[in-house]
Design a protein around this ligand. Structure first.
Ligand code: ATP
Length: 289
């Protein structure tokens, strides 16, 4: 038997850090949604009782460091499953980009193993398991649009955001989320208007959604990597309605309503930046079957 899961990338429409907690995690408030740029995660039965990861992308580990491996191990340990699985990851999402690629592969593995091994677990149960793997995994299990609080694992689902095009550009640097959080100072920051973002989405109000984009980590990444700032400027000059860095970066995205404008931004960036994509927002919940 064989199960195929799509693992879509996420973008942060807003990202706020409230304070550092005694357990050293940051308390966050993030509005996230999914985009039509996805890895393919193929799960199939293995005769031996082991987890085998396959990926042709040289930046993706094929051992227990892979978040998909950890997801499979967690399911096996939690439900005492003595079966093996081959997990083939066809990578489309850039790695270490602020797009939660690894977390989405882990979430797709949870959803896929739920089917492959007929576990009949709900998305809520899978999301709770996912929180043990990483802060973004719970969101990726639902793969919809949501407010994520706590360290990112407490999910309140929202309706899909207003339809638009998203142009993404990732400079050829990888950014470590840990490094950015270490350099981040919770004092003297301008917090994004999370409530305003949520009502823009609830009201299907594209213009207000664009105005409310905000990410408190952006200034840290921009100061460390000037190329990220340059990409933002190029996108704005090419006519983006709004531009923001996703997660801890370095990927920057533009929102635009018209396809021709998206193409103009894409063409303006291609010479400057190796990885540029034009996609649609998704923002709908993952189906369980
Ligand atoms: P986030 O937005 O959640 O911070 P990210 O998009 O910045 O994540 P990932 O693409 O998930 O980052 O990769 C971060 C690191 O995780 C990589 O350098 C890689 O070594 C490791 N990793 C583990 N599993 C995977 C996976 N399935 N795909 C990609 N990277 C993975």
């Amino acid at each position: 038997m064989y199960v195929l899961e799509k693992a879509p990338a996420k973008i942060n429409l807003s990202l706020d850090v409230l304070y550092k907690r005694p357990d050293n995690f940051h308390e966050v408030e993030m509005v996230m949604t999914t985009i039509d740029l996805a890895d393919r995660v193929e799960l199939s039965m293995l005769a031996e009782d082991r987890i085998k990861i396959e990926s042709e992308n040289r930046f993706v580990p094929n051992d227990e460091r892979n978040l998909a491996y950890r997801a499979a191990k967690l399911i096996k340990d939690t439900y005492n499953i003595n079966k093996g699985v081959r997990i083939k990851i066809v990578k489309q999402i850039p790695v270490a980009a602020g797009l939660a690629g690894g977390s989405s592969d882990a979430a797709a593995t949870l959803r896929g193993l739920n089917q492959l091994w007929s576990l009949n677990l709900s998305l809520d149960v899978l999301a709770t398991l996912g929180a043990q793997i990483g802060s973004d995994v719970s969101f990726c299990v639902y793969g919809s649009t949501a407010l994520a609080t706590g360290r990112g694992e407490l999910i309140t689902e929202l309706p899909p955001p207003p339809a638009c095009w998203v142009v993404l550009a990732k400079p050829s640097i990888g950014v470590s989320t840990q490094t950015i959080y270490q350099q981040f100072n919770t004092n003297n920051i301008a917090h994004p208007d999370t409530k305003g973002m949520i009502s823009a989405i609830n009201n299907n109000d594209y213009t207000t959604m664009c105005k409310k984009l905000g990410n408190v980590l952006e200034s840290v990444t921009l100061s460390l990597y000037p190329e990220v700032r340059q990409i933002k400027q190029l996108m704005l000059q090419s006519g983006a309605d709004a531009v923001l860095m996703s997660g801890s970066g370095p990927t920057v995205f533009s929102l635009v309503q018209h396809e021709s404008r998206a193409e103009r931004i894409y063409n303006g960036l291609r010479g400057f930046c190796g990885e540029v994509y034009v996609v649609r927002l998704l923002g709908y919940r993952q189906a369980l079957d």
